[in-house]
Design a protein around this ligand. Structure first.
Ligand code: GLC
Ligand code: CA
Length: 579
């Protein structure tokens, strides 16, 4: 199986692209009552929001975000209209990979606070109708984790077999040809015992040995620990790589080298092994006992692989993220239509993401440098109205942009340090949340750990709240609309005008216990005005009479009585079909 994983952390850095948006008039009525429906699992109607804790809000002014900072902003998130936050790792960590190198799974890093602060966050979130999802890093620990410190101490230590230790193929040569996602061999020789340990990621992130029952037990217990602290689920980090071929066979080589100068290969023997699914089933059983959801960092090459992550009996990950969607690297109605159709063909519950802490922000990927705000609204108009659960990335609702390092000496991300200059790393998409137009964007009074892009003076919560045309106001209206709409929450996806290369048009159609509803979504992904003649859906419904609910351009009238839709460049039109 060829997977994207081998270069998953790098691929987005190569994407050059750009594009964007404008004004918004007709508003939707926002209601304070949160949509609750006992028949549907809570996460299907939820909108998730990823928080990178170093960068969200700094309460003690040391330049780094923290848990009390997050707690102080829960009111903002409630008003924005999201339902759950996923906090990227905030456990004790040497921060080699900024928290994805965990040295204690059952505590909070002092830089972020402590467990009491976490419990306070959790309680406040509950008050604000928000659920908390933690990031679970099962593939590897930090090399400073006590398990690994013991493991490396001798070949007979209690934890020796908790990691993957092997002799070299011949003296001086690693056990096989596998390469690390951070460049170089995936094996590092430890002089103490003269054996190699395996690390799919950074040298300081040794892989756990999931074939060892003691590892399984310890890690399953970690999830129980957090459920007891009230968390509503986990985002599972790097779940594709839990297992390795027991014979450690060499991976087949491909032509060429990657950006680290390593030979390209197919990760046949260390990625996506069938054994992964056993572990996922077990994690799921524990999640089910806690009414919890599992979200997967699932890098897949094709829809069948993605489908497998749900489990044959829907007994694995409820929400495997569709990263194939993020490989559409240009604002193209045809390409997105194709990708949505592929996801729909799986007949599962889709999970859409357009940005995260590992990929260049969507604002830059799709923006054209001139209409970025309009384009940000078009992207929102799409991923927040498709069938499925969307996961937002902090700042996406503001039109936050990347701020990539200009000099190697400024790079913090290990990926950028080893990949420079071809791969500048992920610092650019991890900059502090932009709260205000004041100094340091209102994030901190100290020097922020990463530099804030100059655009913060216009793209920040405070300014955008007072601008009815802002990206933020568009998100708020859209999220409110989604919350109240049975069609947007549960309706079928019906593609329309499928041959149009510029405009993505679809209907979400609901017929169920609640009042039937049809919502039309029209997204002009091109830089010119477009007039389209709406297809009649095959079920014979006519779309002629419509009530406009939300647009990203001024409309003269909210009522329409014909089947033509005229769209401004880069624009969104969402309407209810009146029958
Ligand atoms: C996941 C994380 C990424 C991290 C890697 C190693 O891909 O999203 O940030 O570097 O795992 O833990
Ligand atoms: Ca702080």
């Amino acid at each position: 199986m060829v997977t994207l994983l081998s270069n998953k952390l790098c691929m987005f850095r190569r994407i050059v692209g750009s594009i964007a948006l404008a004004a918004l008039t007709s508003a939707v009525q926002s209601q304070e009552v949160r949509h609750k429906d006992a028949a549907v699992p809570w996460w299907k109607h939820a909108v998730f929001y990823e928080i990178y804790p170093r960068s969200f809000a700094d309460s003690n002014h040391d330049g780094i975000g923290d848990l009390n900072g997050i707690t102080s902003k829960l009111g903002y998130l409630h008003d924005l209209g999201v339902d759950a936050i996923w906090i990227s790792p905030c456990y004790p960590s040497p921060q080699k990979d900024f928290g994805y190198d965990v040295s204690n799974y059952e505590s909070i890093d002092p830089m972020y606070g402590n467990l009491t602060d976490f419990d306070h966050l959790e309680k406040t979130a509950h008050r604000d109708d928000l659920r908390v999802i933690m990031d679970f890093v099962p593939n590897h620990t930090s090399d400073q984790h006590p398990w690994f410190i013991d493991s490396r101490s001798s070949t007979t230590s209690v934890h020796r077999d908790w990691y993957i230790w092997r002799n070299g193929k011949v003296p001086g040569q690693p056990p096989n040809n596998w390469i690390s996602d951070f460049g170089g061999s995936a094996w590092t020789l430890d002089p103490k015992t003269n054996q190699y340990y395996y690390h799919y990621f950074e040298v300081a992130q040794p892989d756990l040995n999931w074939r060892n029952p003691a590892v399984k037990k310890a890690m399953f217990d970690v999830t129980r620990f957090w459920y007891q602290h009230g968390v509503a689920g986990f985002r599972l980090d790097a779940v594709d790589t839990l297992f390795e071929d027991p014979k450690l066979r060499d991976n087949p080589l491909k032509d060429g080298t990657n950006e680290f100068g390593d030979h390209e290969m197919i990760n046949k023997y260390n990625d996506n092994l069938p054994e992964n699914h056993q572990v996922l089933k077990q994690l799921r059983a524990i999640a089910d006992q806690n009414d919890a959801v599992l979200i997967g960092e699932t890098w897949t090459d094709n829809i069948n692989q993605l489908k497998e992550y749900y489990g044959k009996k829907n007994d694995e990950i409820q929400m495997p993220m569709d990263f194939m969607f993020t490989t559409v690297n240009q604002l193209s109605a045809s390409k997105f239509r194709e990708q949505i159709a592929l996801q729909e063909s799986a007949k599962e519950w889709p999970v859409y993401v357009i940005s995260n802490h590992d990929m260049e922000r969507s604002y830059n990927r799709y923006g054209d440098g001139k209409h970025n705000d309009q384009i940000a609204k078009v992207m929102a108009g799409m991923y927040l109205t498709l069938r499925g659960t969307p996961i937002m990335y902090y700042g996406e609702e503001l039109g936050m942009e990347n701020n990539d390092p200009k000099r190697k000496e400024d790079v913090k991300d290990p990926l950028g340090i080893s990949g420079w200059p071809e791969n500048k790393g992920r610092d650019g998409e991890r900059t502090p949340m932009q709260w205000a137009s004041t100094k340091n964007a209102g994030f901190t009074e100290a020097t922020p750990w990463l530099p804030i892009p100059p655009s913060y003076t216009t793209h920040n919560v405070q300014s955008e709240l007072s601008d009815p045309q802002s990206v933020l106001q568009f998100y708020k209206k859209l999220l409110a609309l989604r919350r109240e709409s049975p069609a947007l929450l549960d309706g079928r996806y019906i593609p329309l005008n499928q041959n149009n290369p510029s405009v993505l048009t679809y209907m979400r159609s609901y017929q169920g216990d609640k009042k039937a509803e049809d919502i039309l979504v029209v997204l002009n992904m091109s830089g010119s005005s477009q007039s389209i003649q709406l297809d009649q859906p095959s079920d014979g419904k006519h779309l002629t009479q419509r009530l406009s609910l939300l647009t990203s351009f001024p409309t003269e009238s909210t009522q329409k009585y014909d089947d033509a839709v005229v769209m401004d460049p880069y624009s969104v039109y969402i309407a209810k079909v009146v029958r």
